[in-house]
Design a protein. Structure first.
Length: 78
């Protein structure tokens, strides 16, 4: 697993620590979940998403990519 150092505003850091404590979770798990909810995916996962869209909708590559982008944007709004 990789490590990352980030700089946060003091108030945001405090809120993140409080949230983690309240939920009984680590700060890392909250950050990872947030990134996934924002649509951050590795290349393999992104390609799998496009392949799944193509298979389900019987779309060509361009249509499938467009659908994947639309679905990702929709998920980010939720």
């Amino acid at each position: 697993m990789s490590r990352l150092t980030i700089t946060l505003d003091d108030d945001l850091h405090r809120a993140l620590k409080e949230t983690a404590a309240r939920q009984g979770r680590s700060i890392a798990s909250i950050i990872e979940e947030s990134l996934r909810l924002r649509g951050i995916r590795d290349q393999v996962s992104a390609r799998a998403l496009v392949a799944q869209a193509r298979e389900r909708a019987r779309l060509d590559a361009d249509q499938a990519a467009e659908l994947a982008v639309e679905e990702t944007l929709s998920a980010r709004k939720q």
